[in-house]
Structures are given as structure tokens and as C-alpha cells.
Write a protein that binds this ligand. Structure first.
Ligand SMILES: NC(=O)c1ccc[n+]([C@@H]2O[C@H](COP(=O)([O-])OP(=O)(O)OC[C@H]3O[C@@H](n4cnc5c(N)ncnc54)[C@H](O)[C@@H]3O)[C@@H](O)[C@H]2O)c1
Ligand SMILES: O=c1ccn([C@@H]2O[C@H](COP(=O)(O)OP(=O)(O)O[C@H]3O[C@H](CO)[C@@H](O)[C@H](O)[C@H]3O)[C@@H](O)[C@H]2O)c(=O)[nH]1
Length: 332
């Protein structure tokens, strides 16, 4: 067990709960700060401490940082629904941008040395070129992406002024579940394609909508780079080691496999894995969906020892399905 602790904000949520497992498995002590708006206390592994608080609650956050000797923060807490950010932008600038500002200020005040931030491919907007490298233009097309880009900018400026370095990880499409079945995506009313498809496979929905068949892609449906949540969690642990090894440097890294699948290819994989034919309904495009988002992942492969372990679409679907079945049993 290491002497220092990592604070994981949003550690009761989908991706954060997997990062908690990866940190604990690597021997870190972990304290989770989560207000449980979309997360679940039961999703936090028993080996970690859970503090039920908002990341903008300076008193509680700073007490936790001091009491637990927090050396690094992994910041997953936030609001994550893109269409909601369009209808309620101020919620996103409060809960993503302003709350992150408070948390970063607390980190500086408490002498936290390293900060890892959940950023997103949504910071790129509609890319000029695919695959997308980190130096591509960042022109978000929705408040969600802007709220995240603003946090990246705060971190850049704070790292230049204070003894803190950071890694902004720009996730592409996160999917799947812990291969050992310890966690998965439990969010109610999920909108992500693979989650929706496995919900259809377990009878929670009667069909999957295919949003748009006229994109500039080989089969006309949207293409995305799906990354297994277990691989993503492992990348965070390696990113922390990188920040510790060279405290003078900060990093911005895409998290993806560099390979895209269309909506129809994903649904074919779900049919294959479930041995079912899930009803697909061809519908119009969803507002603001780009044709294709695929990561250029050369930078992360160069910076980290990290290598994908679950970069197979059928494996991602199999793990997502196993978790969905467990969740269905739990919810009766
Ligand atoms: N899921 C994806 O495909 C994806 C892609 C790119 C980036 N991200 C980012 O990854 C992070 C985690 O996303 P997720 O999919 O696990 O979502 P999630 O909703 O499952 O997890 C978010 C967690 O943060 C908590 N939370 C929210 N606001 C809080 C606040 N102000 N104070 C304390 N806790 C708060 C919630 O209760 C929840 O447990 C988010 O920052 C999101 O923007 C996700
Ligand atoms: O029921 C559905 C859900 C999605 N899609 C399509 O499937 C693809 C993937 O959609 P979804 O799983 O909703 O993810 P994205 O809209 O690509 O957004 C995710 O991936 C982005 C980065 O790629 C992140 O920034 C966001 O936070 C994250 O929600 C898109 O072409 C959608 O149009 C459908 O056809 N039917």
C-alpha cells in the first residue's frame, strides 16, 4: 500500500468507479468525493472511502484532501448529457466549469501535486480530419464540449503558475464493463449506443433507433471509436505515474483505439454476441452528431506504457451485456 492517497471525484459513477478499482488494484489508497446525483454509493469498492459531497463544497473537499494526505486528484465528476447541455447550458458551465474551478483551487490550496481530468472528444467539434490528433483545432459544437475545454484551459494556466501538473484525457466513446463483473454502467435513462443496445437485448427496451443513415461513412451511419472502460481506467493509473515521474510536464492525450465502427457494425456485434436479432429502426439524424470521430492515439501510446487489452468490439459488447444482466437481476 502506498502512503499517499488519490482523490477520485465522481468515483460512484460509471467511469470513475472503474478508475477506483484500477487504483486500488495498483495499491493506491483512494478517497471518493461524489454527490450521488447520477452515481451510486454501492458502486464504490469497499476498500475506498466515500465522502458524499459536491466538488464545489470547499470545506468538505479541503478537509478530505488534508485528512487523507491527498497527492493527486482524478476528476470525473460532472454532467455528461450532450443534448441537455444545449437546452440547459448554465447547468454545464456550473457543474463542469465552475465546479472544476473550485476543485482546482482547493487542490492548489491543499498542495495537491497532480491532477487528471476527464475531457472528451467533444472538445474537437466537427473535425477537419479523421483520425483526430491532439493538435487538431478545438471547436466544440455544444456547451458540454465547451465546458470541458474551458476546464482544460484553466488547468493549463494553473499548472504554469503553481506546483501542480495535469493530464487532460480526451475520451472517445467509452463502453463495456469491468471484465470481472465488479462494475459497469448503471445510469438510468442512458443514451449511449452500446448501453442502449444491451438494454434492448435484456428486454428493457423493444428496439434500437439508428440515428441517421446519410452520413459520409461507408454504410451511411455514424462512426465512433469505442474504448473499453477497463482500458480507460488503466490509462488513468499510467497517466498518474507519468505525472509523478516528471512533475514539470503536463499532457493532453486522446483515449481511443484509433479504429472506428459504424452504428450498424455495433448492432451486428450485439446481435452476434446475444445470438438475437434486435429490432433496429432507421430514423433521422440526432442534432449535432458528427459523421465520424476516431482517435489518433499515437501520443498516448508514446507517452504511456499503456496498451489496450480489450480492444475488440465483441469483447466490449460481451462485458456490457454481462453487466446489464447483473443489473437486471439487482433491479428485479
Ligand atoms: N461516458 C462517456 O462516453 C464519456 C466520454 C467523454 C468524457 N466523459 C467524462 O467522464 C466523466 C465521467 O462520466 P461517466 O460516464 O462516468 O458519468 P456518470 O454520470 O456515471 O458519473 C459522474 C459522477 O459524478 C458525480 N457528480 C456529478 N456532479 C458532481 C458534483 N458537482 N460533485 C460531486 N459529484 C458529482 C455523479 O454523481 C456521478 O457519480 C465525466 O466528466 C464525463 O464528462 C465521459
Ligand atoms: O440509440 C442510439 C444512440 C446512439 N446512436 C448513434 O451511435 C453513435 C454513438 O452515439 P453515443 O453512444 O450517444 O455517443 P456520442 O454521441 O458519440 O458521444 C459520446 O462520445 C463522445 C466522444 O466521441 C463524448 O464526448 C460524449 O461524452 C459521449 O457521450 C452516434 O453516431 C449516434 O448517432 C444511435 O444510432 N442510436
Amino acid at each position: 500500500m502506498r502512503d499517499d492517497t488519490v482523490m477520485v471525484t465522481g468515483g460512484a459513477g460509471y467511469i470513475g468507479s472503474h478508475a477506483v478499482l484500477a487504483l486500488l488494484d495498483a495499491g493506491w489508497r483512494v478517497v471518493v468525493v461524489d454527490n450521488l446525483v447520477t452515481g451510486f454509493a454501492w458502486a464504490v469498492d469497499d476498500r475506498a472511502s466515500l465522502i458524499e459531497a459536491d466538488v464545489a463544497d470547499d470545506d468538505k473537499v479541503r478537509a478530505a484532501m488534508r485528512n487523507h494526505n491527498v497527492r493527486a486528484v482524478m476528476h470525473f465528476a460532472g454532467s455528461v448529457v450532450v443534448p441537455e447541455s444545449v437546452s440547459d447550458p448554465l447547468k454545464y458551465y456550473r457543474n463542469n466549469t465552475a465546479a472544476s474551478r473550485s476543485l482546482i483551487e482547493s487542490a492548489v490550496a491543499c498542495g495537491v501535486k497532480h491532477f487528471i481530468f476527464s475531457s472528451t472528444a467533444a472538445t474537437y467539434g466537427i473535425p477537419d480530419q479523421v483520425p483526430i490528433a491532439e493538435n487538431a483545432a478545438t471547436q466544440p459544437i455544444n456547451p458540454y464540449g465547451t465546458s470541458k475545454l474551458m476546464t482544460e484551459m484553466m488547468l493549463r494556466d494553473v499548472a504554469a503558475a503553481h506546483a501542480l501538473n495535469y493530464c487532460a484525457l480526451r475520451y472517445f466513446n467509452v463502453a463495456g464493463a469491468d471484465p470481472d463483473g465488479r462494475s459497469g454502467q448503471s445510469t438510468a435513462g442512458a443514451t449511449h449506443l452500446i448501453k442502449v443496445a444491451v438494454e434492448a437485448a435484456t428486454g428493457k427496451r423493444d428496439h434500437v433507433s439508428v440515428f441517421g443513415t446519410d452520413f459520409g461513412t461507408p454504410d451511411g451511419t455514424g462512426v465512433r471509436d469505442y474504448i473499453h472502460v477497463g482500458d480507460l481506467a488503466a490509462a488513468h493509473v499510467d497517466a498518474l505515474d507519468l505525472l509523478i515521474a516528471d512533475p514539470a510536464r503536463s499532457h493532453t492525450l486522446n483515449c481511443g483505439y484509433g479504429r472506428g465502427y459504424s452504428v450498424l457494425e455495433v448492432l451486428d456485434a450485439v446481435d452476434r454476441v446475444t445470438n438475437m436479432t434486435i429490432d433496429r429502426r432507421l430514423e433521422g439524424r440526432r442534432a449535432g452528431d458528427p459523421d465520424a470521430l476516431v482517435a489518433d492515439n499515437a501520443a498516448i501510446l508514446k507517452a504511456l506504457p499503456w496498451r489496450p487489452r480489450h480492444d475488440d468490439l465483441d469483447t466490449i459488447v460481451r462485458h456490457a451485456l454481462a453487466w446489464e444482466r447483473k443489473l437486471a437481476e439487482r433491479q428485479g
